[in-house]
Design a protein around this ligand. Sequence first.
Ligand SMILES: NC(=O)c1ccc[n+]([C@@H]2O[C@H](COP(=O)([O-])OP(=O)(O)OC[C@H]3O[C@@H](n4cnc5c(N)ncnc54)[C@H](OP(=O)(O)O)[C@@H]3O)[C@@H](O)[C@H]2O)c1
Length: 343
Amino acid sequence: MAVTEAERRAMTHALALAARGPRGPNPQVGAVILSAAGEVIAEGWHRGAGTPHAEVDALSKLPPDAARGATAVVTLEPCNHTGRTGPCALALIDAGVSRVVYALDDPGAVSGGGAERLRTAGVEVESGEQADAATALITDWLTAQRLGRPHVTVKWAQSLDGRAAAADGTSQWITGPEARGDVHRRRAVADAIVVGTGTVLADDPALTARDGDALFEHQPVPVVIGSRETPADAALRRHPHEPLFFDTRDLTAVLADLHARGIQTVFVEGGPTLASAFIAAGLADRVLAYLAPVLLGGDRLALTDIGVASIVEARRLTIDEWVPLGADLLAIAHSARTEEGEL
Ligand SMILES: NC(=O)c1ccc[n+]([C@@H]2O[C@H](COP(=O)([O-])OP(=O)(O)OC[C@H]3O[C@@H](n4cnc5c(N)ncnc54)[C@H](OP(=O)(O)O)[C@@H]3O)[C@@H](O)[C@H]2O)c1
């Protein structure tokens, strides 16, 4: 049976409910239960890891047997595995739901398969309703699932001759106010902002996302990688989030730790040593290079060794966008070898 008008409206509402949940290791999901007559009888959403899934949250608001013959409208395919909570597909079957309409297939190898389980139990299942909106809502979670780690953007600002700092190490500010404003807006949509100890010691950055003097509502978690000590009075220690320190050079391990904390997008803001290490390790999904019409000369290059010994090994990029920002120019690029993914 095609999706009804009432189910369509319920999905729009379920998407709004899903957005109330937190970003984190689990996806944001919403659910609405409709009576056989198409009226909303319950709603729910997922409030984060360890709490009931959206379908179970909605069902819990109904007396026993009230969902018999009902339709469940859910933004993600009901899961099929037992984690900290039981399989949602089974909860829906046990509640006597006769029809399920969902937006997106669950990409998880373990959690997926809920639709098949429902069909096997005789429940009617429709998928794909408002899939684009559902994808947009959890796109970062879906990407992190596919990569098995957070999505990584490596950003740097450089002079026209490819330098990231002057001879004495000063680099604030190579670019103009428009470019810096653009960086802050991008920080404000990232889950974490990552620097090496070299940048902390040279620049004492605050690592906040600022709109002029004010802080944006969302702040990325500040992350420092390297073994040198961050001074007790460092500006980043006054960040609204507790900074994370990793005394290691193992970037894969750092990303795994961040992923486990529910961090889905990472903004690497250098300096050159750390940026180069991410690119050399194949862990940079996207590059943002801000080019300023200024010459610095000297040997403080924007990137150092990225493992390219000969021109045939050059990391060729595809430009997604050239963005003029005042007198500066931003290049947004990804690897020419992959649609998306490592450089
Ligand atoms: N233009 C820009 O966009 C920009 C941005 C940021 C900084 N800067 C400039 O860059 C300069 C600092 O450069 P930098 O290269 O020293 O800074 P950095 O890349 O932030 O820090 C380098 C340090 O990161 C640590 N590290 C962590 N993982 C690593 C890995 N896998 N491989 C190697 N090192 C790793 C090491 O610290 P330990 O030795 O402590 O283990 C290393 O010494 C300053 O002059 C600053 O102003 C420019």
